[in-house]
Design a protein around this ligand. Structure first.
Ligand code: FPP
Length: 227
């Protein structure tokens, strides 16, 4: 039986380089990156296998970037959600997040809540944006919650408690931009994920390349620790 690409997770890397290569400011790369998010999400919503698309949009480490770039990303995200809520609805895409939202501005948090509420009933695809997300933090928070509830910490109890639990295990984890590392993304859910690293910078990533990677995924043998 061939592998099913039910949950695809992507580390969207390379926006800054894409812009710098063209003599543009880094933020222009993020702008183009947001367009690719829209194209890929629309494509995934029409794909027969993909049910969940998790995108690493802002890591717990990204706060270290210059304030101007962080502010730009926050504005971009808020405008994107505002503008794209109709696209989510048109394509029957449910919007969700993982990560600690408490550090974001009230305005952004309100917009996130609005888009989640508006798309709650959508069923074709769940798009999960990882925002102020770090997997070690996610696992530590789950362990703390179990401890606080006087529950035992086991693989099963952690599996049910991590914030990303409801989206299920990752089948394909893709990183664009040429680096070959996980950067604290979905460590728990990717225990048996197939990994794909492409040199393509995120603003150049296309549905055609995603399809090529899915073809490769189909040819891989997943044994989940068995033989
Ligand atoms: C990595 O590129 C990308 C990010 C840190 C942010 C990801 C954001 C987007 C794709 C756009 C906004 C998203 C939404 C959902 C509206 P980098 O800046 O690290 O690139 P570099 O490695 O070339 O410097």
């Amino acid at each position: 039986m061939s592998n099913i690409a039910r949950h695809i997770a992507i580390i969207m890397d390379g926006n800054g380089r894409w812009a710098t290569e063209r003599g543009l400011k880094r933020v222009k790369g993020h702008e183009k990156g947001a367009e690719v998010v829209r194209t890929l999400t629309t494509y995934a919503s029409r794909h027969p296998e993909i049910e969940v698309l998790t995108l690493y949009a802002f890591s717990t480490e990204n706060w270290k970037r210059p304030k101007m770039e962080v502010d730009f990303l926050m504005r971009l995200l808020k405008n994107y959600l505002e503008k794209e809520t109709s696209t989510y609805l048109k394509n029957d895409v449910r919007f969700e997040t993982i990560g600690d939202l408490s550090r974001f501005s009230k305005g952004l948090r309100e917009q996130i809540a609005k888009t989640k509420e508006a798309t709650r009933h959508c069923r074709k695809l769940t798009q999960v944006l990882a925002l102020n997300y770090g997997a070690q933090d996610e696992i530590a928070r789950a362990a703390q919650a179990l401890c606080a509830g006087g529950r035992e910490i086991t693989v099963e109890s952690l599996e049910q408690t991590v914030e990303s639990a409801k989206f299920g295990p990752v089948d394909m984890l893709i990183r664009t931009g040429g680096e070959q590392r996980l950067s604290n993304f979905l460590l728990w859910q990717s225990a048996y994920a197939e990994l794909f690293f492409t040199p393509t910078l995120w603003p150049d990533f296309t549905p055609e390349e995603l399809e090529t990677l899915i073809d490769e995924f189909k040819r891989r043998q997943r044994r989940f620790g068995g033989i």
